[in-house]
Design a protein around this ligand. Structure first.
Ligand SMILES: *[C@@H]1O[C@H](CO)[C@@H](O)[C@H](O)[C@H]1NC(C)=O
Ligand SMILES: *[C@@H]1O[C@H](CO)[C@@H](O)[C@H](O)[C@H]1NC(C)=O
Ligand SMILES: *[C@@H]1O[C@H](CO)[C@@H](O)[C@H](O)[C@H]1NC(C)=O
Length: 726
């Protein structure tokens, strides 16, 4: 009887977790300490806006099953504060719901508030309105910036406190991040950089969350903040004070993709080797960036030119499917590390040489079992080593883990897990009754345009409410111009600061130009068809995701900033840079919200069978489809299309662009210091062909698909495919 009561009480306490017993998170030189216990913590990044709320639980469960203790996410300021003081933490941006799903799985959270996040996310996560706060300068000792940053951080921390999300309150958050990879930026800014960083650190600590703060890639992070490492390897990293633990906030599981580039993969043998190197040297926390990368829906991708897919070659793929052998091999690694945990947290490693390129790291605490890591850094040759009077064979570039200093339970290079292949199979769902509507360049609604002398910066005009800005001017051509009597037609020269440009002369598409992530500028220089009299020159400038990194990237300019000039008229060069230009933000179809079913009737759609095969640029297409049976994730195959954006039932699935991957796909071997360039695939193929359509956005029948196509493509070949891993 007595015994049962005690068991009951114990169960009650453990279920109530931290409400009854004293809870706290601290740290020492070895590890994060939770309720008095040092922990080896395994974490993975899953960014809540890169999947749907309906996917969250499955993703988190898969992370738990993969041996993770913890989920890491950034907080994305621009989705939470779309205009100053107007907050949104609901629906797909319900951060608290996401964290409670993590908590329900018994997992911890690293909340990276930033609020600068980089993350290949539009504008690095900053709302675009922030740029237009008077006298602002980002991420430096600037009062308007610091005021806004503090305001958002307080908002997030107060929300977390009110929902009891910090571990000090019984919640899952065991530490938080302020700023993000500021070290090298701050150094370039000099003294103001340092005072801003110090201010940010003190401000964060002052928010009194009851759990530690970290700063990644910030060697000079002041106490009590822990500086942490991000990278492909972090075994050379040590924190800036001997009483801080060695934490790895981003272990890069792969790399992101940009339009025009290949897909970068990271072999799991090397990722596991990197993690084992970090743990054997005394690291006690690592986080996969990404564990699930997901999708940059809508216009959320940064850049410019970051793809809609943010798959990242992560253990859980973009669609939420388990990627093998990556997932399974890491799961086994995690199990092996956990078997070593009692030794790892209780002793310092004793390192001995087993050969030229071979070492043993041995943890043998007095009262606990011994654990050992036998490493072979030789990228080419296996090694036979002697350890504790036993022979061990170590494959090239690998570490064997011996949780009892005797038996090898895991070697990073011996992958026993079966590989999976992605299969995209055509579904039985047909796209029905395609109809078309072409943007009308000839008439413009006076109320939405304005005229200015000279060329204006794009984002200042659009405030990023649309990717598109129209620049229109007119040129008078005298009837005596010699080109009209058979001479060479004049050339139009346009210099744009990015990111893409479509040129129309008298309403006819005359050509296009595209920048890239590294070369944002677009130069257009082509002969154009002019006629006697007035000619209309229309430039459609397209933003492809605002930059997310770089010193003072907020001042980087977008759009047609000139010069713009005509060559080949009798008078010689005619500079149009200071002509009168008429501006219009966005497309007519956007203004009428054509992507949504509510406004279907606002334009006159034409049945596709009635239009010529020669597809027009700047065309909206729509069709209906039913959901295919099954529960496989779905994607649109956009191979037949050019460039634009796609919506399903009014929600944007992202920008698409069938541009081909330029790269060097030489094949990839795991053994050697990893660089993304070494492991490329997909050269010569479209960088991104498939676009995730979340099932939760669909109803059983009559789902509306709308495409806006900039260049011209064949929508009749667009199909819905099912993704599976076989
Ligand atoms: C933005 O536009 C306003 C009004 O047109 C102008 O006064 C201001 O100088 C512009 N700012 C930038 C950074 O281009
Ligand atoms: C621009 O328009 C204004 C007002 O209509 C006019 O006075 C001016 O001459 C025009 N400038 C150019 C360069 O055409
Ligand atoms: C659609 O076409 C009809 C007939 O040509 C016309 O009367 C109507 O104004 C058009 N509607 C729109 C929105 O353009």
């Amino acid at each position: 009887m007595m015994k049962q009561k005690w068991v009951l009480l114990f169960l009650m306490i453990s279920q109530m977790g931290c409400h009854l017993i004293h809870c706290s998170v601290t740290y020492d030189n070895k590890a994060i300490v939770i309720n008095g216990e040092r922990r080896i913590l395994i974490s993975g990044s899953i960014h809540y806006p890169r999947s749907t709320p309906e996917m969250w639980e499955d993703l988190v469960k898969k992370a738990k099953d993969g041996g993770l203790d913890m989920i890491d996410t950034y907080v994305f300021w621009n989705v939470h504060e779309p205009s100053p003081g107007n907050y949104n933490f609901e629906g797909k941006y319900d951060l608290v719901r996401f964290l409670k799903i993590v908590q329900k799985q018994g997992m911890y959270v690293h909340l990276r508030i930033g609020p600068y996040v980089c993350a290949e996310w539009n504008f690095g996560g900053f709302p675009v309105w922030l740029k237009y706060v008077p006298d602002i300068s980002f991420r430096t000792d600037n009062e308007p910036f610091k005021r806004a940053m503090k305001g958002f951080m307080e908002k997030v921390v107060n929300l977390m406190k009110s929902e009891k999300m910090f571990e000090s309150q019984g919640g899952p958050i065991i530490f938080s991040q302020v700023e993000n990879e500021y070290g090298s930026v701050g150094k370039a800014y000099g003294g103001v950089g340092h005072s801003y960083m110090t201010w940010a650190a003190n401000m964060a600590v002052g928010l009194d969350t009851g759990v530690p703060w970290v700063m990644c890639k910030q060697d000079d992070a002041p106490d009590p903040i822990i500086n942490t490492c991000n990278g492909f390897y972090c075994d050379n990293f040590s924190p800036n004070k001997p009483y801080k633990p060695t934490l790895w906030t981003e272990a890069w599981s792969g790399w992101f993709t940009e339009f025009g580039g290949p897909i970068y993969q990271r072999p799991v043998q090397d990722l596991a080797f990197g993690v084992a190197r970090f743990i054997q040297k005394g690291g006690s926390f690592f986080n996969y960036y990404m564990y699930h990368g997901g999708t940059n829906f809508g216009r959320t991708s940064g850049g410019p030119f970051i793809t809609t897919s943010y798959d990242y070659d992560a253990p859980i793929d973009e669609y939420g499917l388990i990627r093998q052998p990556k997932y399974g091999h890491l799961k086994e690694l995690h199990k092996a590390i956990k078997q070593c945990e009692p030794a790892l947290v209780s002793a310092d490693p004793v390192i001995s040489s087993l050969g030229n390129l071979q070492q043993a790291h041995v943890y043998s605490p007095k009262s606990r079992p011994c654990a050992a890591f036998l490493s072979n850094y030789d990228p080419s040759n296996a090694a036979k080593v002697m350890f504790n009077n036993k022979h061990y064979t170590l494959p090239p570039w690998s570490i064997s883990i011996l949780p009892d200093c005797d038996n090898v339970v895991f070697n990073t290079a011996n992958v026993g897990v079966q590989s999976t292949q992605v299969e995209m199979s055509v579904s039985n769902s047909k796209m029905l009754s395609w109809e078309t509507y072409t943007e009308d360049l000839t008439t413009s609604d006076e109320s939405s345009t304005f005229t200015a002398t000279g060329l204006l910066e794009q984002i200042n005009i659009t405030r990023d409410t649309s990717d598109y800005l129209w620049y229109t001017t007119s040129v008078d051509v005298g009837s005596s111009e010699s080109f009209l009597r058979g001479g060479e037609s004049p050339k139009l020269f346009v210099q744009s600061s990015g990111h893409a440009l479509h040129v129309f002369i008298n309403g006819e598409h005359s050509g296009s130009g595209f920048g890239s992530r590294k070369h944002r500028k677009v130069t257009y220089k082509e002969n154009i068809n002019l006629r006697a009299g007035s000619n209309k020159i229309t430039l459609l400038s397209v933003a492809m995701g605002l930059p997310n990194m770089g010193g003072h990237y907020e001042f980087w300019e977008t759009g047609v900033l000139g010069p713009v000039a005509l060559y080949g008229l009798d008078q010689g060069k005619q500079d149009l840079s200071w002509a009168n230009w008429t501006y219009q933000v966005g497309l007519k179809g956007e203004a009428m919200n054509v992507g949504s079913s509510k406004s279907m009737s606002s334009v006159n759609w034409t049945q596709n069978s009635l239009i010529s095969q020669n597809q027009q640029p700047l065309t909206w297409h729509k069709a209906y489809f039913d959901v295919p049976k099954g529960d496989e994730p779905l994607a649109l195959d956009m191979n037949s299309m050019g460039k634009g954006e796609a919506w399903v039932n009014g929600q944007s699935i992202g920008r698409y662009w069938t541009t081909y991957a330029n790269g060097d796909c030489q094949g990839c071997h795991y053994a050697n210091t990893y660089r993304p360039l070494a492991c490329q695939i997909g050269c010569g193929q479209p960088t991104q062909r498939w676009y995730h359509v979340p099932r939760s956005w669909l109803k059983p029948k009559n789902n509306l698909l709308v495409l806006f196509e900039e260049l011209g493509g064949d929508p009749s070949k667009v199909s819905l495919v099912k993704r599976s891993m076989v």
